[in-house]
Design a protein around this ligand. Structure first.
Ligand SMILES: *Cc1c(COP(=O)(O)O)cnc(C)c1O
Length: 373
């Protein structure tokens, strides 16, 4: 046996780069407009804030490991069977559990080219091979996904709408994906932005979950519900898959305060509609103004836009211009989208600051440099 000088992790661990979230500070600036993580525009719902404050005195007690009250509240709000909901410490944990259960060495996980990076990170960690299918117009390409399926594929992840592109695969294409996948392949529809989608036929993937034994829909409290810091997500799936997740799930993965905050957020009158209505109007305004300024904006169904500056240099310069005014957008170098910035739709005031800053940036960029010294 060879002697090693220090503990050695599984090789998969060192094969991944640690996840880097959206930045939240700019050195030297105190007022920051953070538009880098797609957190809802209006902060945490007041009822959730109160629930979090009230939770302090109960902290000595272990939480309800099955989070029954939370699952019932989710079920009541979204019209779902609470017995077929599993909650996670963020939907990231739900995605991780699905990969632990259905991925692993010898399996392949399939995602699209600009799909959410967490699938690749967790998939690699689990020892799966992660394959990416090329996209068309920044949108998952169903034919390319189906063509990339092999006999080792056990999981397909599709964020719909996708982060960081914002694009949506229409329902009939989603159905075509499910129909084309072998029945033993688990399709995970990550609907983190479902509440923002305005298309009448969009159901987050629910009809596909209900139609068979092999599709799961994941959701989160981190975006429209304003609870990113509480770490709360969930999934809805067929009973057999829910049973597997409940065996795998850490016994107390949802802390008592997060559960209470989630229940309270769902009870906040008008929150979801108010947030969605604002997002739809503000997103259109930002997209129109940026387009007018000469920036390509990809169509988005989420609470963010993908602004395409054409080159990595331009995107970097635009990011610097925003930062100079305290605005943090998300650089996408790690996604292979160095020429783009992802910008969260904030309040009206924040959106106006983004517009003003980028309109001025484009005006400067389009002004020929003077040659006289
Ligand atoms: C934000 C996001 C998540 C993660 O949400 P958490 O519940 O905070 O872990 C999952 N999927 C997508 C596509 C996201 O954008």
């Amino acid at each position: 046996m060879t002697e090693t000088r220090r503990p050695t992790p599984r090789p998969e661990i060192l094969a991944i780069a640690p996840y880097v979230g959206g930045a939240s500070t700019i050195p030297g600036l105190s007022r920051i407009i953070k538009l880098s993580s797609n957190e809802g525009a209006f902060g945490a719902p007041p009822a959730a804030q109160k629930a979090i404050a009230d939770g302090a005195e109960k902290m000595a007690r272990y939480p309800d490991g099955s989070v029954q009250g939370l699952r019932e509240a989710i079920g009541a709000h979204f019209g779902l069977d609470p017995a077929r909901i599993v909650c996670g410490n963020g939907s990231d944990e739900v995605l991780s559990m699905l990969i632990q259960a259905y991925g692993g060495p010898g399996t392949e996980i399939l995602m699209s080219q600009y799909g959410f990076s967490i699938y690749e990170i967790f998939g690699t960690l689990a020892g799966s091979t992660v394959r990416k299918a090329p996209e068309t117009d920044m949108t998952a390409d169903i034919d390319a996904l189906l063509a990339a399926v092999t006999e080792k594929t056990t999981l397909v992840f599709l964020a719909n709408p996708n982060n960081p592109t914002g694009t949506l695969v229409p329902m009939e294409a989603l159905q075509r994906l499910r129909d084309g996948l072998p029945p033993h392949v688990l399709l995970v529809i990550d609907a983190a932005y479902a509440e923002y989608v305005e298309r009448p036929d969009y159901d987050g993937g629910l009809s596909l979950v209900e139609a068979g034994e092999n599709t799961v829909m994941s959701r989160t409290f981190s975006k429209i519900w304003g609870l990113g810091g509480a770490r709360l997500g969930w999934c809805y799936g067929p009973a057999a898959i829910i049973d597997v997740l409940n065996r795998l799930r850490p016994p107390f993965n949802i802390n008592a305060t997060a559960a209470a905050a989630g229940i309270a957020a769902l009870s906040e009158p008008g929150w979801e509609k108010m947030s969605r209505d604002h997002n739809t109007v503000a997103r259109a305004r930002v997209a129109a103004a940026l387009t007018q300024a000469g920036i390509r904006v990809w169509p988005s169904e989420g609470n963010f836009v993908l602004a395409d500056f054409g080159t990595a240099d331009q995107a970097r310069a635009a990011d610097a211009a925003l930062k100079a005014e305290g605005i943090i957008a998300r650089m996408l170098v790690s996604y292979g989208l160095a020429h783009c910035l992802r910008i969260t739709i904030g309040t009206d005031e924040e959106c106006q600051m983004v517009i003003d800053s980028l309109v001025a940036f484009m005006a400067r960029a389009n002004t020929p440099a003077t040659t006289d010294a």
